[in-house]
Design a protein around this ligand. Sequence first.
Ligand code: TNX
Length: 525
Amino acid sequence: MNSLLGWFVLVLPVAAGVIPRPTEVREGEGRLRIEEGGFVALREPADAGWVDALSEAAGVELRMAPADVGAVVQFLGPEMLPEPIEKPQGEGYVLRVLSETAMVHAATRAGHFHGLQSLVQLLEEGEQSESAVDIACMTLLDAPRFGWRGFMLDESRHFSGKEAVLRLLDQMARYKLNRFHWHLTDSPGWRIEIKRYPKLTQVGSRGSETDRREDAPRQFYTQEEVREIVAYARARGITVIPEIDMPGHADAAVLAYPEHDGGGYKDGKPFKWSRFTFNPAKPETLAFLDGILGEVAALFPDAGVIHFGGDEVHFGWGKWTELPEVRSLMEKEGFTELAEVETWFNRRMAAKINELGFATGGWDEIAGRDLPRDQTLVFWWRHDKPQVLRRALDDGYPVVLCPRRPLYFDFVQDDSHKVGRRWGGFNPLADVYAFPDSLDVLKPGDADLVRGIQANLWTETTVTQARRDFMTFPRLLALAEAAWTPADRKDFADFEKRLQDELPRLEKAGVGFYDASRSSLEVER
Ligand code: TNX
């Protein structure tokens, strides 16, 4: 019986559960037992929350170690690693589970934080008893494939609100995602308080894609809430990137301040959003946008990047020819096409963002505008235009890959689903997982410029939080593994197995998801 048990323990797969899959797992000998009341030695007392996270995962109460006490979990610098193990850098970590103690080695707080997440997942799947948990000994040597592992949330079409955002950040942190791109403004609603321009939220925050009533409730983040969310994210290793979309997707702002209207005619024809653009050439409008960007810069001091949209104006907006300020700009600069006006506007606003100390993020329309390569980040979204990505890379722009297919989470994930988008196909879990190795426009020499990958949840068709969850999970987990795990360690069948063990944990955390093995029904609203 004993020998049978021993054999059984030996063949138990090591680190079976960790998502995203670690770069390297070395099997150890024996098991580590963590008892009730065990000590955790932190690097910073401010990270006391890590002890709670470990306690919850272990199912036993652990305590912060006083100095010089033997701790069962220790966060250490890379210098404490025994020689033959390569020292972790940046966001990398080495987690050594030995029979007496577990040690997380890293050079940065982010590295320690990622190691913590792996240890939490190991403890959750450990052998838990009333007063102890035990886990197999092993060493994880782990580091991310990409530095930019992002998720974008559209708050304008439908508003998520603070509670949902904090919960999303918790989930992102668990799976080692590190960029939260916050799409805060768009045609249906303006969602961030700007003190200098109070009407942006008094007027512009009312309504949504599906609620066009003039007296619809206001929905936005106060500056205090923004600061709280940014700090919450920072504590979890996540940088929040604000997006203020311009010159298009401007209806909500223009409704509040009509003097900045650039018009909403598309190629001479009226369309749904009648105030779609800002006036791109009016000095007062540029000053207004500068004022907004100034407050945004102060609210997101560590963002590194301010995203200014730049999408879907299609290289000049038909209605602009009617604006006197545009006409005189064209005359003064000798422009013959509206596309030149859009380029001029992009360059003007990018210069402001750079002056504020940030790089400019923009949708892929901004490539080809000769913006400073070292201060611009291009978000490639038009999957049907691989040549745009190719050209941006050849031109030397750093890029984040977030093509509609397979990384737009407003696209359906199962062929039977009806409400979400499609474009010659849809975005099943397996396609998210296979990205970006499934892409054929990349060349080996692009590695330095490809900063990473990101999924975008546009919310036109996601009215409720239940549906936003349904569209986000479990694809967020596939995204996380695609962004973190080296290509040669990716294995979709193995991921699916780990995912089955993970779904009950999502459920416990109150997160909804799509699971074909239970029901293929779509959460439609
Ligand atoms: C395109 S992606 C847009 C968004 C929409 C999305 C819907 C991008 C830069 N613009 O405004 O919400 O498609 O899938």
